[in-house]
Design a binder for this molecule. Structure first.
Ligand SMILES: [Zn+2]
Length: 428
């Protein structure tokens, strides 16, 4: 398909974007009420023509992950013959959800990702290597691949390879863009440098980083972001996606929040009671993907905590941006009445060179507070420094246990994942 950036609404005025969004949402509701077994019942008493404002739309019930887990087939809106691909959403500690896609859905994802990559300044003269596995029915690598192809970028599906093969691929094919998880890109740079490969002066100009947020709430690079920037001598861009919403929020060239593409997704941030919160206030990201055929959703609660940034971005776009993901809603914990965002703690610890690895274990104590322990691979003499760092960042304290990397790794159910939070709470 041809990439035509001018089809996007992101450069329209905020008022025009809102008016078009309301019309699109009205059409979306009208459509899925007719064809979706799930929404046909849920929207029985909603009249699409009554949706005249964003506030009207906010009266529609949310869709939650547990709805999809329990009844995935009820969300199917096309015939078996129209389905051309099935993917599985992320599986970490959660039930897998198969997602069906039509040809139109694949084109939509391609266009969406092309818009996201385009906003980072990537264009058809770039060469990109995707350092994410394309298999395991993942839709993330597939989406990146299709987006880059749509943008006309010379795209290389490198995946996860031994270091010497990455070295050969980067030296011989001179990619200008690498796409991958920050922990993998960091480890790769360190290993390549051991092979006398000067990563700081390689062909790589941009790193597109998935999964882990690399910005602090004030949009500066996080400690890990700074390390990656230094290791690769490249610009760092974060992109966030939740597979269920078939959309991503990617940094633009101004690196001032992840842009939505409003013609393809309607974005909300809500508090714990489901009410909309003002710009800059943290809450749960709720997304309504537009134009999806196979499994369209309405007001999907992603479970991810962030905040919205409206207004004109200095890149010229007027689409709503989101800040870094501060953690999963299910991972927020309470200590003596204070709500703590996991990213605040992890960013604080990542700033300390003495800390080689760590894992935060969260357990139930009471309805007002959780019990938290930090296992940290660091010299015992650093306990006070670590404690002060956490208190300064989050105004909380909890027991810190000096440990080692082997013990910490043993806590992780999936040794391949650089997981720093182990949530042992029983959900009530
Ligand atoms: Zn921008």
């Amino acid at each position: 398909m041809d990439f035509k950036q001018q089809y996007s609404w992101e450069f329209l005025s905020p008022e025009e974007i809102e008016q078009r969004s309301i019309r699109a949402l009205r059409n979306h509701i009208r459509h899925i009420r007719q064809i979706s077994p799930w929404y046909g019942e849920k929207l029985e008493n909603i009249e699409p023509d009554d949706i005249k404002t964003v506030d009207d739309f906010r009266l529609i019930p949310f869709t939650e992950r547990k709805d999809l887990e329990g009844n995935p087939d009820c969300f199917h809106c096309v015939t078996e013959e129209q389905i051309v691909e099935t993917v599985i959403t992320e599986t970490q500690n959660r039930k897998q959800i198969p997602f069906i896609l039509t040809v139109t859905d694949l084109d939509r994802i391609a266009y969406y990702e092309a818009l996201s990559f385009h906003s980072t300044g990537i264009n058809s003269s770039d060469r990109a290597q995707i350092l994410v596995n394309m298999d395991m029915m993942s839709n993330i690598a597939m989406a990146y691949y299709r987006g880059l192809i749509t943008l006309g970028v010379n795209t290389m599906r490198s995946g996860l390879l031994p270091v010497d093969m990455h070295k050969y691929n980067i030296q011989s094919l001179s990619p200008t863009v690498l796409i991958g998880e920050p922990s993998y890109l960091k480890k790769l740079a360190v290993e390549l440098q051991k092979f006398s490969f000067d990563t700081r002066n390689s062909s790589v100009e941009k790193l597109i980083c998935t999964v882990e947020s690399l910005r602090t709430p004030d949009m500066n690079l996080s400690p890990n972001g700074n390390i990656l920037e230094e290791l690769w001598g490249a610009q760092i861009y974060s992109t966030y996606t939740s597979p269920e919403i078939s959309a991503s929020y990617c940094d633009c060239t101004e690196q001032n929040g992840g842009h939505s593409h409003p013609e393809l997704v309607f974005t909300e941030i809500i508090d714990e009671k489901g009410n909309s919160v003002p710009d800059g206030t943290t809450g749960e990201l709720v997304a309504t993907p537009l134009g999806v055929e196979g499994m369209p959703l309405l007001r999907y609660k992603t479970g991810d905590i962030t905040f919205a940034v409206s207004g004109k971005c200095s890149c010229g776009r007027n689409s709503i941006r989101i800040g870094p993901i501060l953690g999963k809603k299910s991972q927020l914990f309470k200590l003596n009445g204070t709500t703590v965002y996991p990213l605040t703690i992890t960013n604080a610890l990542d700033q300390l060179d003495e800390v080689k690895d760590y894992i935060l274990i969260v357990e139930n104590e009471s309805s007002l507070t959780d019990r938290v322990f930090l296992h940290v691979a660091a010299p015992a003499s650093c306990i006070e420094k670590i404690s002060n760092q956490i208190r300064t960042a989050a105004n909380v304290s909890f027991p810190i246990l000096i440990s080692n990397t082997t013990t910490i790794q043993a806590f992780r159910k999936n040794p391949g994942k650089n997981m720093h939070i182990l949530d042992c709470r029983k959900k009530g």
